[in-house]
Design a protein around this ligand. Structure first.
Ligand SMILES: [Ca+2]
Ligand SMILES: [Ca+2]
Ligand SMILES: [Ca+2]
Length: 330
């Protein structure tokens, strides 16, 4: 066989040649792999020496078009249950096209979740049009039924808002959940389900591991804070006793208690100086710390004519504050 005009190429040479895969389009590194519709070409090359010099031959070229995988993920972006009260609330989700082709997704919000203390009303589903992660009324697009995203390129991440109304009947500490579903418009089903010809460039669309339909849950907890004011008075008469006579100093204490859960905003305690008495200048205090009578940088102001006002600001339950001031009986 020494005079054979043909020497078989080594196996290693063939394997090395077969690894020379030619790909026609530039291929970004998508989560789901090569972009749908990409043509993957492969031509094997053999090199050898037939005794008359080195030669190379090519195999035929095999071309494979990459089919479209349908995959989607959806996650709640809220760090925990949204603390809310009766009225409007926003749940935030993140949808990602995990497939390797362009795809739109239909969204569906279900507020009737087993175990809810109350059910919210879903007003709408909105898309974060300006991409700031926060719902902006009048700016972020409200989807109309059937609520469907635009066609999203592979790996596109979209922030989705579910706008809900918490009913008046919801009471402190009650909870509610809303389930949001996203489903590929082309179709969903068991992984491996084929939608023939429904993919990019007439290729097949194939359901990926997510089933092309996913669900995420957003949660709300009601925080209703209530404010209670309790006022008391102690007397010191000019004789060391506690009778109410002209010259007696009356110290008023106003206890403001915020109970329940949640926050009250802009809590201000005011009181008029009673008829027949005069405010004792410099006696206004909050939790035993003196406040100036002037309207200045501190929380309080007091005068005979205007009475006292102490601004406690936003107060998170449970909390209590004590406001004291003196008047003198005329
Ligand atoms: Ca598609
Ligand atoms: Ca926004
Ligand atoms: Ca002051």
């Amino acid at each position: 066989m020494d005079n054979s005009p043909y020497t078989y190429p080594s196996l290693a040479m063939l394997v090395r040649s077969a690894l020379l895969v030619g790909i026609l389009a530039p291929v970004p590194a998508f989560a789901a792999g090569v972009t749908a519709g990409t043509l993957i070409e492969n031509t094997a090359v053999a090199s050898y020496d037939d005794g008359a010099g080195p030669r190379t031959i090519n195999s035929n070229t095999v071309t494979v078009r990459v089919d479209e995988l349908l995959d989607v993920t959806l996650t709640s972006q809220d760090s925990g249950p949204i603390n809310t009260r009766a009225g409007d609330a926003v749940l935030t989700f993140e949808l990602t096209n995990q497939g390797n082709g362009p795809e739109a997704f239909t969204l569906n919000a279900n507020p009737a979740v087993a175990g809810n203390d109350f059910d919210v009303v879903v007003r709408s589903i909105a898309i974060d049009s300006n991409g700031n992660g926060v719902y902006d009324a009048g700016i972020d697009a409200i989807l109309s039924a059937p609520q469907t995203t635009a066609i999203l390129a592979p790996d596109t991440v979209l922030t989705v808002f579910v706008l809900v109304t918490v009913p008046d009947a919801a009471s402190d500490t009650q909870t509610s959940a809303v389930d949001l579903t996203a489903e590929a418009v082309t179709g969903s089903g068991a992984p491996g389900t084929v939608f023939a010809g429904a993919g990019v460039d007439g290729g097949d669309a194939i359901v990926g591991t997510t089933g092309a339909q996913v669900n995420a849950r957003g949660q709300l907890v009601v925080g209703v804070a209530s404010v209670e004011l309790v006022k008391s008075v102690t007397l010191r008469d000019p004789f060391g006793g506690t009778s109410a006579v002209p010259g007696t100093i009356a110290t008023f204490t106003i206890l403001a208690r915020v109970s329940g859960s949640g926050v009250v905003n802009g809590l201000i305690v005011t009181d008029a100086i009673p008829e027949g008495t005069t405010y004792a200048p410099g006696t206004l205090a909050l939790d035993s710390a003196a406040l100036s009578d002037a309207e200045d940088g501190d929380a309080g102001a007091a005068s005979d004519a205007a009475g006292i006002a102490v601004n406690l600001g936003d107060v998170t339950a449970d909390a209590a504050a004590s406001v004291t001031f003196d008047v003198v009986i005329n």
